[in-house]
Design a protein. Structure first.
Length: 118
């Protein structure tokens, strides 16, 4: 298990989703509507809301991407088939639950690491 199992994929997904409202601002009818333009200007890269949504998007997509690429039940079965084990944890379902718990903690750290912008 890696700390940053998703790589930069969560950052790419989050930035792509946050770029969509900015592309809507290019449409003249959107700029003319005061309510829509006000909402879209609040999601400008210089605004604090953009930073909050960007960090939340990165953490969300970290969990989403890791849940797609890593199956703890399959990993626990493969460990059992090849004679591997985690000391103090019974093989099978208990190993999968333990791996899922550890993976959740690691993914939080990985998501926070990805969202850190110096």
């Amino acid at each position: 298990m890696k700390v940053n199992a998703g790589g930069v994929i969560p950052v790419i997904f989050a930035s792509s989703i946050l770029a969509f409202p900015q592309s809507l601002m290019q449409v003249q009818s959107m700029r003319d509507n005061r309510w829509v333009s006000g909402m879209l200007s609040a999601i400008h890269p210089a605004e604090p809301l953009y930073s909050v949504l960007f960090v939340a998007g990165i953490i969300f997509f970290c969990f989403f991407y890791v849940s797609i690429i890593f199956n703890p039940n399959e990993a626990a079965d493969n460990m059992r088939k090849y004679g591997g084990f985690i000391p103090g944890i019974r093989p099978g379902k208990n190993t999968a639950e333990y791996m899922n718990k550890i993976l959740t903690k690691i993914t939080v750290v990985g998501g926070l690491y990805l969202s850190y912008c110096p």
